[in-house]
Write a protein that binds this ligand. Structure first.
Ligand code: DX5
Ligand code: ZN
Length: 227
């Protein structure tokens, strides 16, 4: 999964913005439009004030696409969800550092199934909190909105967090992907890429567009200065 700033970033449509009345068709639509991963938001209505996509819904679309299933869990008891999410076909499981006192336990529980592990952290959590775990994870996700809802505006202090993370992981043997999630648009993407983001998650920008294909292509365009 490793990348560096010169590589083409991967685009992950967030299915939270999909039309749930035809969820399978939506998965097909963004697969055909050139997505690299599919991002599923699982929420329990407790860690964040909303409900999201459930493991059975993820399982129901597993055979519709060969894309990587990037599952972002915003739940208070992450350990209780892992088995169900593995069975549903997750390839990456990203949990919130705010959700468990011992993140290493959650990382181990995910990795023992040969699934990639990621850590997300909310806008008010400092990057220092995730430093001890950077060498044992495959993905790091600084949230660029308060987690829970799609359609919010990108918090611009996330650019610094991305850069900070990029500098922190530079010397590691296995560099985790830097994913950015929340309010990502085609205006935001070049700056996020320039700062070191390797995965761009986008819900509203892709699903509410008339041409997801065009938006996905624009989102992954590496700024000229970085090529
Ligand atoms: C927010 C979710 C995001 C959300 C992104 O808690 O984690 O994945 O769906 O949606 P947009 O791109 O609309 O902000
Ligand atoms: Zn998400």
């Amino acid at each position: 999964m490793n990348n560096n700033r010169a590589d083409t970033p991967k685009i992950a449509p967030s299915l939270l913005a999909a039309d749930f009345s035809c969820f399978g068709d939506e998965v097909q639509r963004v697969t055909d439009a050139g997505a690299d991963l599919l991002h599923f938001d699982v929420m329990d209505g407790a860690l964040v004030p909303n409900f999201g996509i459930s493991p059975p819904l993820i399982a129901s679309v597993r055979d519709k696409t060969e894309l990587v299933f990037d599952v972002h869990i915003m739940v208070t008891h992450p350990l209780s969800y892992i088995e169900a999410l593995i069975d549903a076909g997750s390839d990456i499981i990203t949990f919130h550092i705010e959700s468990h006192d011992d993140p290493n336990l959650v990382i181990e529980a995910i990795k023992k199934h040969n699934v990639s592990a990621g850590i997300a952290y909310s806008p008010n959590t400092k990057t220092e909190a995730i430093i001890p775990f950077l060498s044992s994870i495959d993905l790091i996700l600084p949230m660029s909105v308060e987690p829970g809802f799609g359609g919010q505006s990108f918090l611009t202090n996330t650019y610094n967090k991305i850069k900070e993370l990029y500098n922190l992981i530079n010397d590691l043997e296995n560099t985790p992907d830097i994913s950015v999630d929340g309010g990502v648009t085609t205006e935001i993407s070049p700056i996020a890429i320039q700062n070191g983001a390797t995965i761009l998650v986008a819900g509203t920008a892709i699903f509410k567009s008339n041409s997801p294909e065009k938006i996905i292509e624009q989102l992954r365009t590496v700024p000229l200065s970085e090529t």
